[in-house]
Design a protein around this ligand. Structure first.
Ligand code: SDX
Length: 438
């Protein structure tokens, strides 16, 4: 694979400090595709000034070869392959290989990679006691953060981040064990015995088996459900520098071990503005309840004095339909039909989408359904409780986090992440002893 580092273009951007009249030329970098970026790395040294960009709306934090998004058009590609083609023709482990290694595997390599992942699906038996320390009513995402963070205590033989073999073993371990860990979080919450992984099943089938099988009867995974599950995993596998991935990179930039970094990513994903939105969408649809109440909720979403926002709508990067939402919308119809489920929430979601997409507020702000809008309905149909939705997102995103973490560690220009600030607090105060304080 060719390494395509960002290149300095012929362009420069000149900054003028009007207070002194001094000008500074800043280099402009360009990648393979996408907007160019002003290189401000020497700005502070040369001008004594920082850039200010809360929420990183105009900041590229790294170079990456993994995922490309054109949010204006609604394009998502992993290593050059469109998400639509991957969702249609590939499977999740192939996509994992693509994200981790840069290419789709050939038949031999695919078999080898699958065998490697399958070898790692069991978790250390001692981890079971960790689960038992949680309350049964704990949110499964809370359990995920704890258990994944604890993995460095169980797999410390592979956490030398300077060793490429260790990095890859950790990556394989995480991809392989995440379904087991997620299924165990579910089993613990419903009071059922943990189910061991089965290596004769595909990645998605095995996850469904570990989640839904009970010792008292045979559980047969429906091929259509396994296919839908696998597609959901593909659609969530990576999404360039989103909040949780940036969290993983920032945590990893200090040299922290990969398990700790992924636990940090899971924490970030949990928020309702990010991966927690899939759970929030279902709660919102249930709260709206009927088509007649949609206008009332749209008004709430538009009201700046009301904290309510239309969950599953809007995106920092997509100013067009999220291509993943389009695939999921189609899959939702297929799965519901296949399972013979007539879910009124799907009708409600489609009507909500229709009305919102015609509403001036949403049109002006280019707010479209995102990946979280339809995923909850399909996951409900498969049988998952809402509290597991974000866990499934975390499971699928693990490969993206690991691939991005690895890319960062292997980038020679990598340095510890350390943003600066504009200080707006008290300049200096004299200490007042307790007895003299008012
Ligand atoms: C994910 O980044 C990624 O790649 C993330 C992700 C991934 O795969 O990793 O794609 C996964 O996190 C999807 C997003 C899930 N979140 C939600 O569905 C929650 C609802 N959406 C929003 O809270 C919001 O749209 C965000 C958080 C997704 C994006 O926030 P931004 O980029 O900061 O957008 P913004 O706040 O600047 O919005 C611009 C305007 C504002 O109005 P004005 O102040 O200009 O008048 O649009 C409004 C916002 O108030 N707006 C919404 C809205 N989303 C934005 N108004 C009502 N409902 C919404 N959902």
């Amino acid at each position: 694979m060719n390494v395509k580092a960002a290149k300095t273009t012929d362009a420069t951007v000149t900054v003028t400090d009007n207070s002194t009249g001094k000008t500074f030329d800043l280099p402009v970098l360009g990648g393979t595709l996408g907007p160019r970026a002003i290189d401000v790395r020497k700005l502070y040294a040369e001008t004594g000034m920082f850039t200010y960009d809360p929420g990183f709306t105009s900041t590229a934090s790294c170079e990456s070869e993994i995922t490309y998004i054109d949010g204006d058009v609604g394009i998502l590609r992993h290593r050059g392959y469109s998400i639509e083609e991957l969702a249609e023709n590939s499977d999740y482990l192939e996509v994992c290989h693509l994200l981790l290694y840069g290419d789709l595997p050939n038949a031999d390599r695919k078999q080898e990679f699958e065998a490697t992942i399958l070898r790692h699906t069991m978790v250390h038996e001692q981890l079971l006691y960790l689960y038992r320390g949680f309350r049964r009513d704990a949110h499964p995402m809370a359990i995920m953060v704890g258990v994944v963070g604890a993995m460095s205590a169980f797999y410390h033989d592979s956490i030398d981040i300077d060793d490429p073999t260790h990095r890859m073993i950790s990556a394989h371990r995480m991809i392989a064990k995440m379904p087991t860990i997620a299924a165990m979080a579910y089993k613990f919450s419903v009071g059922q015995p943990f189910t061991y992984p089965r290596n004769d099943l595909s990645y998605a089938e095995n996850f469904l088996h570990m989640t839904f099988a009970v010792p008292t009867e045979e559980y047969i995974v429906r091929p259509s459900v396994a296919k839908a599950m696998d597609r959901i995993f593909i659609l969530h596998a990576d999404h360039e520098q989103n909040a949780s991935t940036s969290t993983v990179r920032l945590a990893g930039s200090s040299g922290a071990n990969p398990f700790a970094c992924i636990a940090a990513g899971i924490s970030s994903l949990w928020g309702p503005a990010h991966g927690g939105a899939n759970e929030a969408v279902l709660n919102m649809l249930n709260e709206i309840g009927s088509k007649e109440r949609i206008p009332e909720y749209l008004e709430k979403a538009k009201n700046k004095d009301d904290p309510f926002r239309l969950m599953g709508f809007g995106h920092r990067v997509y100013k067009n339909y999220d291509p993943r939402a389009a695939v999921l919308r189609q899959s939702t119809h297929e799965v519901l039909e296949e399972l013979g489920i007539d879910d009124p929430l799907l009708e409600l979601a489609m009507e909500l989408e229709r009305i919102a997409l015609e509403d001036e507020y949403f049109v002006e702000r280019k707010l479209f359904p995102n990946v979280d809008f339809y995923s909850g309905i399909i996951l409900s149909a498969i049988g998952f409780p809402t509290s597991m939705f974000t866990v499934l997102f975390a499971l699928a995103r693990t490969v993206g986090w690991v691939a991005q973490w690895k890319e960062m560690i292997e980038d020679p220009s990598q340095r510890i992440g350390r943003p600066r600030q504009i200080f707006t607090g008290e300049a200096e105060r004299n200490f007042i002893t307790l007895k003299d304080r008012l």
